[in-house]
Design a protein around this ligand. Structure first.
Ligand code: FAD
Ligand code: SF4
Length: 474
């Protein structure tokens, strides 16, 4: 068996198998080098089969990691794929973009005992890529058609995961999205150097081949009402994400002085999807760029700006490195690619000459004593102003929900954070037959949680529709 590899954990961790920075900044392709069969097997065999699957418990999908590691160490990739795809509708995507250091890999026993943990994500992506390459990923063929249909609003990971599971149960599924392409933030948020567009398209194509219908360029609440959707379908799943971008409120910020992070990322992602470049879209070539914010979106913006040929790229974040929300791995990638971080710096004003912004005036922040809540606050230091030259200022300050009730249906209950209210422990909204999942319920979160929600919401919708069918028959 593959579990007999004494000392296997000593094989060095393959984390550093990424393209050198000077090479990768020239392209929007993934920076991780794909493992060869030999290296994938070697990495998988580092699992010591510790007997306590901390990694599995730390994975939001409860993926059966020890089993697929053992199977791929044995070279049985096909069986490894079967196990991996039983709990996840998109292992090749999660394997690429989960913050594994905070999830499965962070919990790995090797990591916990001072060795480098098994690179679980890259093995997961390797298994799934092999499955696509070998034609093991077939279109869904349900055992029987159920004669009922479900509308899924939003084609991000939550919507796609739900569509996959609902189709497998034999429902007709229509996925509505206001964008011209499916994938949500997988397509138009996350840049190609983390997740290439063809990887997302491959998943969407398989759903189309499985009979899932995509109604794109369809803004629900504008082009079609909720009443129409509820009349057309037996159930509705709302998986619309959160898109209301927070903005800077500092003196000197006029309406055209800054660019929203997502507008900047979408423009590049469109080009990566094959669209012609739009000359009016924001672009960093030759510019001095300041990105305000410290989350994953900010990291994606600075690294996109480097690749577009910016003159300089600075990330301005009001807390320090240890207190930033973005992944430490992404900060390291950005630093290697030439991004400068101004930690403990907050914008104070935008400085202009004539119509054009020329600098961000910032001041230094200091972390204060820990509050009773445990969280350390920040306060500006007097007399600490400094100017960062900037002719492109990008706001990456996070997202809030749009006005769902106003847009869709006044009967939709909301939480105090304006996310969609769902029944405890489930996915039912306050409207009968209408369910909700993903960021629209959780607030800005992770792809892997959206997948989990989409899968579980599909199971709940299936139970709901079966119960209704039985009632009707009784
Ligand atoms: P979304 O992916 O947001 O999809 C929602 C879809 O609904 C969109 O396609 C939208 O067009 C559509 N929609 C909205 N309203 C309507 C309407 N009225 N009618 C029709 N369609 C509508 N997570 C990670 O795990 N790893 C990462 O590396 C990572 N990087 C990120 C980088 C960026 C720049 C951002 C913004 C987020 C990142 N995240 C990352 C978070 C992750 O992308 C989200 O948590 C996840 O995509 C949420 O999935 P979702 O399906 O709920 O929503
Ligand atoms: Fe790790 Fe994410 Fe894969 Fe789970 S889905 S095993 S957390 S990479």
């Amino acid at each position: 068996g593959g579990r007999s590899n004494p000392g296997g954990f000593l094989i060095e961790q393959r984390r550093l198998e990424k393209q050198p920075a000077e090479q990768r900044v020239r392209a929007f392709t993934e920076i991780t080098l794909k493992p060869t069969a030999e290296r994938g097997t070697a990495q998988a065999s580092r699992c010591t089969d510790c007997g306590v699957p901390f990694c599995q418990n730390a994975c939001p999908l409860q993926n059966n990691i020890p089993d697929w590691l053992a199977l791929s160490a044995d070279g049985d990739l096909r069986e490894a794929w079967r196990v991996a795809s039983a709990t996840s509708t998109m292992p090749e995507i999660c394997g690429r973009i989960c913050p594994q250091d905070r999830l499965c890999e962070g919990a790995c026993t090797l990591q916990q005992s001072g060795w480098d943990g098994v690179t679980i994500g890259s093995v997961e992506a390797w298994i799934a890529d092999a499955a696509f390459d070998n034609g093991w990923v077939e279109p869904i063929r349900p055992l029987a058609e159920r004669g009922q249909s479900v509308a899924v609003v939003g084609s991000g990971p939550a919507g796609l995961a739900a569509a996959d599971r609902l189709r497998s149960e034999g429902y007709a599924v229509v996925v509505y999205d206001r964008h011209d392409r499916a994938g949500g933030l997988l397509t138009y948020g996350i840049p190609g150097f983390k997740l290439e567009k063809r990887i997302v398209q491959r998943r969407v194509d398989r759903l189309i081949e499985s009979g899932v219908e995509f109604a794109l360029n369809t803004n629900v609440g504008v082009d079609v009402t909720m009443d129409e959707l509820r009349a057309r379908h037996d159930a509705v799943l709302l998986a619309m994400g959160v898109y209301q971008a927070r903005t800077l409120s500092v003196p000197g910020r006029g309406p055209n002085d800054t660019v929203a992070a997502l507008d900047f990322l979408i423009a590049q992602n469109r080009v990566d999807c094959g669209d012609a470049a739009d000359a009016s879209a924001p672009h960093a070539a030759g510019r001095d760029v300041v990105v305000v914010g410290g989350g994953d979106t900010a990291m994606d913006c600075v690294r996109t700006a480097v690749r577009q040929g910016a003159n300089s790229v600075v990330c301005l974040y009001r807390r320090d490195r240890d207190n930033m929300p973005g992944s430490a791995r992404e900060v390291q990638n950005a630093e290697e690619e030439g991004v400068r971080f101004e930690w403990l710096g907050a914008p104070k004003a935008l400085m202009s000459k004539g119509e054009a912004v020329v600098a961000v005036r910032a001041h230094r922040m200091a972390l204060t004593e820990a509050a009773p809540s445990g969280r350390r606050d920040i306060a500006p230091l007097a007399g600490s102003d400094f100017d960062l030259p900037a002719d492109l200022v990008i706001e990456a300050l996070g997202f809030e929900p749009e006005a769902f009730a106003e847009q869709l249906d006044a009967g939709l209950g909301l939480t105090k954070w304006n996310t969609l209210q769902v029944a405890r422990g489930g996915f039912a909204t306050t409207l009968p037959g209408v369910f909700a999942a993903g960021d629209a319920v959780r607030g800005a979160s992770l792809v892997v949680w959206a997948v989990r929600d989409g899968q579980d919401a599909a199971a709940e919708i299936d139970r709901y529709l079966r119960a209704r069918t039985e009632e009707a028959a009784a």
